[in-house]
Design a protein around this ligand. Structure first.
Ligand SMILES: [Zn+2]
Length: 76
């Protein structure tokens, strides 16, 4: 039979949840690397010429690449 001392039981109860948390953190950090970059784009629709464009930076307003008019982000 395996005998564990009191300090061995304490180490086991502390280290097992810690290891599980570390494995979950590693799993979710690897999974987040595969997230498509397009989800971070902001989408704009030009009020002057109607051109729809997406820019990777998150700004509340950005210039239209066709006519240069400042437009609000439709979705950011
Ligand atoms: Zn425009």
């Amino acid at each position: 039979m395996i005998t564990l001392s009191f300090s061995g039981i304490i180490v086991l109860f502390v280290s097992l949840p810690l290891l599980m948390t570390a494995f979950l953190a590693a799993y979710y950090s690897v999974r987040s690397l595969h997230r498509p970059l397009r989800s971070q784009d902001s989408i704009y629709e030009c009020a002057h010429c109607g051109h729809v464009y997406a820019i990777a930076r998150s700004r509340p307003m950005d210039r239209c690449p066709r006519c240069g008019t400042l437009n609000d982000a439709v979705r950011s």
